[in-house]
Design a binder for this molecule. Structure first.
Ligand SMILES: Cc1ncc(COP(=O)(O)O)c(C=O)c1O
Length: 454
């Protein structure tokens, strides 16, 4: 089932190519031949990929359903991803065979499911290459994880006149919690500007990192523009001044490999539902030293060592941050999703999705009056665009009538819409189960929609 995208595969060169290559004295001729050979190898890879994609698509039951009488073309992966059978089965199995509350139960079911839940934590630790399993906190999702950090970090480390640094391309979930904490503490929210392509202006970032900056909160990949930020560099620059960094990885985890130790991220957050797992569960990774220092966000059952009416002693990590009965089947389902993508290989996924991005970008740009919003050099498989004279909502409705699911609107990034002076965009976001054939159908549907609306 794994997609092989190994460029080192040994495709025997056709004999005439070999002879010409060795005889060629002219370097330009060699370059052209090399290019032809590379293209042949790429073509072989692509055909191999598409064969495997059909197998992969069969793992996602929803992909075979019809919408408005047409085969579903699901290009709204930025909002949420579809679930493979292995994830659905893991949740189904939990309720059919394992259902019990975790931790503190002496009976078999409770112990079995505690092991399953803690194994899920270990799977996520390994996937992120976190140093310790207790640095992985189960939360409700990205928004919840950011709220936890903003609130707890704010309580302890942010005071009047301090600064919190975010960027102009943040999702509302990585703006509002910081805005709120700044209002409460009399601190100042500062914003790293972007250029027209939707890339951070690094010179401005450096200028904004001051002695007053208490924390930087930045997205790894923009959900609207697709821009991939060089978070390794951003973190290194902040660390020179001992400023911790929270990375919003909601859009990165499904598309690229993330090593929190390599990045040296202080906090890294994401949602399960955007990485082929269930809704209502997510992850807060935090470096042990930070999580130990932060006060608990919510308190209650599960977060304690001892309680008297006078005083409470809190539990060690990770339980200190996991108040109440957690989303047990969610954690188990997330681990099944991570196992699934690792079976395919995240590098294979990234390479394949990049092909989809390039293919779709070229096709969209051929349509008259279409402008892509977000043209960064480093981009994930997200294309936001506007069509001259048409409202994104109208285009979205007509695409849906033809079985194509895209997202329209501000994508929870209103400041970004203000920057580009637009009310919203149409966003097509691809996952590894999408195909070039679907992109062709989408382009046809888009052309039809535009013709109807003009
Ligand atoms: C970059 C980014 N951050 C945060 C979020 C919020 O995620 P959730 O709604 O799963 O908490 C999203 C969701 O679209 C996102 O794309």
């Amino acid at each position: 089932m794994a997609i092989s995208h190994d460029k080192s595969n040994e495709i025997p060169l056709p004999i005439p190519f070999k002879i010409h290559y060795f005889r060629a004295k002219d370097s330009l001729f060699r370059i052209i031949l090399n290019f032809a050979i590379v293209k042949m190898i790429e073509l072989k890879d692509i055909s191999k990929l598409s064969i495997e994609i059909n197998k992969i698509r069969a793992d996602f039951p929803i992909l075979s359903r019809k919408v408005n009488g047409k085969s579903l073309i699901y290009f709204d992966n930025g909002a949420t991803t579809q679930k493979p059978k292995s994830v659905i089965d893991a949740i189904d199995n939990y309720y059919k065979n394992q259902n019990a509350n975790i931790h503190r139960g002496v009976h078999t079911l409770s112990q079995e499911v505690t092991v399953a839940y803690e194994n899920a934590r270990a799977t996520i630790q390994k996937h992120l290459n976190a140093k310790h399993a207790h640095e992985i906190i189960f939360t409700k999702g990205t928004t919840d994880s950011i709220n936890i950090v903003a609130s707890s970090f704010g309580k302890k480390f942010i005071s009047k006149g301090d600064e919190v640094l975010i960027s102009a391309m943040e999702h509302h979930s990585n703006i509002l919690p910081w805005q709120q904490v700044c209002e409460e503490k009399g601190a100042i929210l500062k914003v790293i500007p972007i250029n027209e392509n939707g890339e951070l202006i690094i010179s401005e970032y450096k200028r904004l990192l001051t002695d007053k900056t208490k924390i930087v909160a930045i997205t790894h990949i923009s959900n609207t523009l697709g821009t991939i930020n060089n978070v390794e560099e951003l973190i290194a620059l902040a660390h020179v001044k001992n400023i911790p960094v929270l990375v919003d990885g909601a859009q990165a985890i499904p598309h690229m490999s993330v090593d929190v130790q390599l990045l040296s991220a202080d906090f890294y957050v994401f949602s399960a539902h955007k990485v082929f797992g269930p809704t209502g569960v997510g992850i807060l990774y935090g470096k042990e030293k930070w999580l130990n220092e932060l006060p608990p966000y919510q308190v209650g059952g599960g977060t304690i060592k001892t309680v008297t009416f006078e005083k409470t002693e809190y539990a060690d990590l990770p339980l200190k941050f996991e108040a109440g009965t957690p989303h047990i089947e969610g954690g188990i389902g997330l681990a099944a999703a991570i196992d699934y993508i690792n079976e395919i290989g995240i590098k294979n996924i990234a390479a394949y999705e990049h092909e989809l991005l390039v293919y779709a970008t070229e096709a969209i740009l051929k349509i008259e009056g279409v402008k892509i919003i977000g043209t960064a050099k480093e981009k994930a498989s997200v294309i936001s665009f506007v069509v001259e004279g048409l409202h994104p909502y109208d285009v979205g409705v007509l695409l849906d009538a033809q079985g194509v699911a895209v997202r329209t609107g501000h994508h929870c990034t209103q400041p970004l819409m203000n920057f580009y002076s637009i009310p919203g965009t149409i966003r097509a976001s691809f996952a590894f189960y999408n195909t070039k054939e679907e992109i062709d159908q989408f382009i046809l549907a888009l052309n039809k929609s535009i013709q109807r609306l003009r």
